[in-house]
Design a protein around this ligand. Sequence first.
Ligand code: DP6
Length: 326
Amino acid sequence: MGYYKATATAHPNIAFIKYWGDLDPDLHIPSNGSISMNLRGLFSRTTVSFDPSVEQDQFSLDNRQIDGTGLVRVSNLLDRVRKMAGINTFASVESHNNFPAGTGIASSASGFAALSLAASKAAGLDFDEKALSRLARTGSGSACRSIPAGFVEWQAGGNDENSYAYSIASPEHWDLVDCIALVSQDEKLISSSEGHALTKTSLLHPARVADAPRRLAVCREAILTRDFDALAEVAELDSNLMHAVMITSSPPLLYWQPATVTIMKAVQSWRKGGLMVCYTVDAGPNVHVLCSRDVSGDIADRLEKLSGVQKVLVAHPGGPADLENG
Ligand code: DP6
């Protein structure tokens, strides 16, 4: 084996067209395609060492030893890598996020993207971007979008081979800014995985999925032509559709807090007033406020003054998952 240890970094991403619901929950084959932007400045950094002296996989996150579901998800991904590399050595995995735990930014996308790159390299595999994206997807669906650079589309496909993400525009293509308004830093009670499984109980899910190809086309075009108004309209619609599915699932999932709605209303009124700004909300109460670079300072200031906003993080388009010293 050429390598046994490798370190990789990857950014989280924010979806403009969301992944919500699976055709195959084990392989994370989604019900619809999605489009996102990587978030520069925020990252996970993960080191994988295949070590003949350890007797089972070990996983630490921000210096805390993780067991239970967290460890099982990491071990399952390592199993896939071991199978492809023809090895049976256990590994120790050390991961750090530069955004503090509990900021409400999901670390599973950046975490599994960095893990996929570090683990495959450490096992001596030389994967191309597509193979890495497919592998990351099996750890956490949205992680497949943190492998390529910039603005990224995850083609839903229908099986393990054809469900992967690729870049549709570089980070330099458009300096769109994500001002992330944090209203709660609590861990969410219902994980995304549980939420995906509930989509089949919502009457609205089939309608959301049926219209997804249209929204994807509008969003792709808006990015390619840097058309903020078109992006704003489709991103807010897509976020609202996902939350409509969540709210109408059984049991219902309502991730919003009163401050979430305060921010959404403020953003809509700012846009009516002529500012290039729109919102999108993931499986939690925090609001990602997208805007053009020239107004981002003003928007971050305005968000900080809104009641219920604890903190605002600002992120620009980010690059691909990357090996360190590799
Ligand atoms: C609301 O990728 O976190 O952020 O595959 O179960 O790990 P698992 O789910 P995950 O789901 C992401 C849900 C979302 C929308 C999105 O990022 O597209």
